[in-house]
Design a binder for this molecule. Structure first.
Ligand code: ADP
Ligand code: MG
Length: 254
């Protein structure tokens, strides 16, 4: 079907962004179906994080369409407005409240009109506790619920932060290099966590670690110089001559 007739959860079309004359995003076209788990790879500087900045409203594109669901133009909205639409972003470094328990961290992330003080000191409803329990199970931290977040390992903090996003029940989840700094075992568990979310949320994962990419990959998008170089299965993209050239070309320089 033509991309123009189909309903995507996320559409970027003809997107450009230059920083002081440097074309970081160059005629970027990207389409994603609802419920998809999409992995984006590409050399350093390819524009992967800038693409996430554009989707989340942190950076405004110079030109192009950025649409969420049916007819929601993200280019006219700011960061909190886009977040409220159900687009959650996980940055590389975990930012959990280390002096609060795992349970409290999740409680603070729940959707609701009340401020931090009320979230912590008002009685939690059974609905809130059920929601938090579900998230704790999903992220594998049920046994750590009453421990301070500061006592968690780096990997566990990353899962907690993913849990804090899940507590808000996002439609689209953007995850930038989740495996960075993790042990092999933590990396594998992260892969299982992301796979368990497939279908329930639409997810974009940016990642470098090819073992991890292989574990979670469905459709892979290769970004190069701010443009989609190719898309397909892991095998498709790893066997693509243009992709080999981009990665080998870089390696030769080092
Ligand atoms: P990736 O995440 O794929 O490694 P980035 O999106 O971080 O790449 O960066 C793409 C290019 O844009 C890089 O050359 C980077 O230096 C540049 N860039 C990103 N953000 C800014 C900014 N705010 N100001 C100037 N240059 C930027
Ligand atoms: Mg990046």
């Amino acid at each position: 079907m033509s991309p123009h007739l189909k309903q995507f959860i996320l559409l970027l079309e003809g997107v450009n962004k230059a920083f002081e004359g440097f074309q970081a995003i160059n005629d970027l076209n990207f389409y994603m179906d609802e419920g998809e788990l999409r992995t984006i790879i590409g050399p350093n500087g390819a524009g992967k994080s800038t693409m996430m900045d554009i989707i989340t409203g942190r950076t405004k594109p110079d030109t192009g369409k950025v649409e969420f669901g049916k007819d929601t133009d993200l280019t006219t909205m700011n960061v909190p407005e886009i977040n409220r639409l159900g687009i959650g972003r996980k940055f590389q470094t975990p930012s959990v409240y280390i002096h609060h328990t795992v349970f409290e961290n999740l409680l603070l992330s729940l959707k609701g009109p009340r401020g931090v003080f009320h979230q912590l000191f008002a009685l939690t409803t059974s609905e809130q506790r059920d929601r938090i329990d579900t998230v704790l199970k999903t992220i594998g931290l049920m046994a750590r619920a009453e421990d301070l977040a500061g006592s968690l390992s780096h990997g566990q903090k990353q899962w907690l932060e993913i849990g804090m996003l899940l507590a808000q029940d996002p439609k689209l989840l953007l995850v930038d290099e989740p495996a960075a700094g993790m042990t092999d075992e933590e990396t594998h568990k992260t892969g299982e966590l992301l796979l368990s979310l497939e279908g329930k949320h639409s997810i974009i994962v940016i990642e470098h670690d090819m073992t991890f990419v292989r574990q979670i990959a469905r459709k892979v998008t290769v970004l190069h110089q701010g443009h989609v170089l190719c898309e397909g299965s892991v095998d498709d993209v790893q066997n693509d001559e243009r992709v080999k050239e981009v990665y080998l070309g870089r390696r030769k320089k080092h």
